[in-house]
Design a protein around this ligand. Structure first.
Ligand code: ADP
Ligand code: ADP
Length: 245
């Protein structure tokens, strides 16, 4: 069974329109089906506005689909609540384009990472937090002695490593990367992608990797799904897709 399956997903946004304030459902994606197996990297590519982030939000349950299913380990997880939703959110982590948007500037790296263990108890006991923070920082290529620093004291690439360390802290099965390297210089991009690859090899984590950058896809994806105007128009092994391009 794949870690993640999307089955005929239809999702979008609700808005109020017109004189009567009628509620409209605006579809951003329709009929999206996709699967990601354990330890696999699937890239979702397409031009800006084609619906990639909408798919990402549905996968991490920030957005409830209009119809269709999001399956995790074969189980439909659309509409989960409470403890079950929290457990799902532990297993599926999101890494954004701009770590500034997701890293609270008033928290140190140690606080940012250990917050995850406060939210999800039972992963690491409090007396082990400092050692585990140091281990994670080292794992993502940061100085473990910098745990008391704040996000603004790091470069863009280093901040993205902090986001990755925080995602790893809860030992997820799937990481959804939404343009996670797009804001970085090309050489820094390559370094972060190498790190993501190493983590996959060592931990078996799967990636749903969202990007508009075909260069990144070619070197990073096992499989590719190409989106256009809210639907997947082509999908297959990376080699196969590039032969046709
Ligand atoms: P991508 O990630 O590929 O750039 P998005 O999923 O962000 O595309 O957007 C898909 C469509 O949904 C676009 O037409 C966009 O304008 C629309 N959209 C995105 N976010 C919202 C929102 N919060 N409210 C209304 N429409 C949105
Ligand atoms: P990256 O190329 O990793 O995205 P940036 O473009 O953000 O990095 O930064 C380029 C260089 O500037 C880095 O080597 C980093 O050391 C330095 N730098 C960036 N932001 C800061 C900051 N807030 N404080 C100190 N140095 C910074």
């Amino acid at each position: 069974t794949p870690v993640l399956e999307l089955v005929d997903l239809v999702a979008g946004y609700r808005s109020r329109h017109g004189l009567l304030g009628r509620r409209n459902e605006v579809r951003a994606v329709a009929g999206v089906s996709l699967s990601v197996s354990a330890g696999e990297t699937v890239c979702l590519v397409g031009e800006s506005g084609c619906g990639k982030s909408t798919v990402a939000r549905a996968v991490v349950s920030l957005l409830r689909p209009f119809s269709g299913e999001v399956r995790f380990d074969g189980r439909n997880v659309t509409g989960l609540k409470g403890r079950e939703l929290k457990n799902l959110r532990r297993q599926v982590q999101l890494v954004f384009q701009d770590p500034y948007a997701s890293l609270n500037p008033k928290m140190t790296v140690r606080e940012l990472i250990s917050e995850a263990w406060r939210i999800h108890p039972g992963i690491v006991e409090p007396d082990g937090w400092d050692a585990e923070v140091a281990r994670l920082l080292e794992r993502v290529g940061l100085n473990p002695g910098h745990a008391e620093r704040y996000p603004h004291q790091f470069s863009g690439g280093q901040r993205q490593r902090i986001s990755i360390a925080r995602a790893l802290a809860v030992r997820p099965r799937l990481i959804v990367c939404d343009e996670a390297v797009s804001a970085l210089d090309v050489s820094i991009q390559a370094q972060v992608l190498t790190l993501l690859r190493e983590l996959q090899r060592d931990l078996g984590v799967a990636y749903l990797f969202i990007t508009h950058d075909l260069g990144v896809v070619r070197h990073f994806a096992d499989r590719v799904a190409v989106m256009h105007l809210g639907s997947i128009v082509e999908s297959g092994d990376t080699e196969q897709i590039y032969e046709h391009a």
